[in-house]
Ligand binder design. Structure first.
Ligand SMILES: Nc1ncnc2c1ncn2[C@@H]1O[C@H](COP(=O)(O)OP(=O)(O)O)[C@@H](O)[C@H]1O
Ligand SMILES: [Mg+2]
Length: 144
């Protein structure tokens, strides 16, 4: 497990970039994001995507999944409004698992059974003040 402390959205984006650089040689990765509303999950994904030349990252709250094409494909999902694995199937989750690229899921705590055992787990939480965040990254040997 590797831990980072940030005190601005830009610093959280930079941690996302760091993870992206660390795994950029992998053809596939599943990155499960955990943490409450407004903690910085989308900011982290924004930084991650920038490494692959993707600069239009928006929250998939209403779309459930955003597909971005850069030097790698990134599939950005929000599990918040889904309730079970049947809902996941209906949004094509299994297809995304089989495609080359990186699948990042916000609100991974909503459907724990959907998260593969070998996923990289990124847990964000609040620390000091309005802008303090702790980011714990587990399951990524390249970072440690
Ligand atoms: N250290 C920080 N890291 C990330 N976001 C921060 C930080 N400090 C303040 N913020 C603010 O918190 C919010 C994070 O929003 P967002 O990334 O959409 O969160 P989430 O996707 O977890 O709901 C933004 O308004 C951002 O400006
Ligand atoms: Mg979000």
């Amino acid at each position: 497990m590797t831990e980072y402390l940030t005190s601005s959205p830009e610093e959280t984006e930079a941690v996302g970039e760091k993870l992206a650089r660390a795994i950029a040689e992998r053809p596939f990765a599943f990155v499960a994001l955990y943490g409450e509303l407004g903690v910085g999950k989308t900011a982290f994904v924004r930084g991650f995507c920038r490494v692959f030349g993707i600069d239009r990252v928006k929250s998939p709250t209403f779309t459930v999944v955003n597909e971005y094409r850069g030097t790698k494909n990134v599939f950005h999902m929000d599990l918040y409004r889904l309730k079970d694995e049947a809902d996941l199937l209906s949004v094509g989750f299994d297809d995304y698992l089989g495609r080359r690229g990186y699948l990042l899921t916000e609100w991974s705590e909503k459907i724990p059974a959907a998260i593969p055992d070998d996923a990289i787990r990124v847990t964000l939480s609040r620390t000091d003040g309005d802008a303090g965040r702790r980011i714990a990254v587990a399951g990524c040997p390249e970072l440690s």
